[in-house]
Ligand binder design. Structure first.
Ligand code: ZN
Length: 224
């Protein structure tokens, strides 16, 4: 593509967006309140064009569609950035400067094609997450049984496994759940009418070859 901006790539595709007609459901946890106010208008956007039946990540034929919800953050780098600059935010949190964390500025939703490989990977992560949760639950039950039965030699290792073990386990659990969600690699949003998206060559070809998927003409793109 020719419409390059910082943090975009020449092989990205541009996908048309529009404002959501109704407020998105269940966005409470996404619009995280931070002490820092937004420098731009908060936006809820959706994909506004048909997408081909090709997986944008792997270029394989799509077997289904999956709702993908992506958050963008008002960072120092860009007001609608695709990364939250988590490491930097954590450093600021450690210094109790919570007002400095990057707030969500934009949410984009869309039904994206997914291939058999995406589905298998998601299933594997979900299985791992469920197994971990079962293990932590079994550990909790074991602590109760062992403390009721008063078996002191077993109690200490089981309690350690519960705390801090299960705390770490919960972090890993949410990490695995996050990994199991289908994702699309968006670039920062420069114009609310378009998104730059990293895409496999076959997805790009499918978009470019069919008029109904074609991105708009050069003159229609503005910088924000
Ligand atoms: Zn795929």
């Amino acid at each position: 593509m020719v419409y390059q901006r910082p943090w975009t790539h020449e092989s990205d595709v541009t996908i048309r967006l529009r404002r959501c007609r109704d407020p998105l459901p269940n966005t409470g946890s996404l619009w995280m309140k931070t002490g820092r106010s937004l420098r731009v208008e908060p936006l809820e956007l959706e994909v506004a064009q048909p997408l081909p039946d090709v997986c944008p990540r792997h270029g394989r034929p799509a077997v289904s569609r999956s709702e993908v919800r992506a958050c963008f953050y008002d960072t120092d780098l860009h007001p609608r950035f695709h990364h939250s600059a988590l490491a930097r935010d954590l450093v600021k949190l450690v210094w109790l400067k919570q007002e400095a964390t990057a707030p969500v500025s934009t949410i984009i939703v869309g039904e994206w094609p997914v291939c058999d490989r995406c589905v298998r990977t998601a299933r594997r992560y979900r299985w791992l997450a469920r197994s971990l949760m079962l293990l932590m639950a079994a550990n909790l039950v074991a602590v109760v049984i062992v403390s009721v039965a008063n078996i002191e030699s077993l109690l200490a290792p089981l309690v350690l496994a519960l705390f801090p073990g299960s705390l770490l386990g919960l972090v890993v659990f949410f990490f695995l759940i996050g990994k199991s969600a289908q994702r699309v690699t968006y670039r920062p949003i420069y114009d609310e009418r378009f998104a730059f998206v990293r895409a496999h060559a076959r997805f790009r070809a499918a978009i470019e070859q069919h008029p109904r998927y074609r991105p708009p003409l050069d003159g229609e793109l503005d910088t924000q």
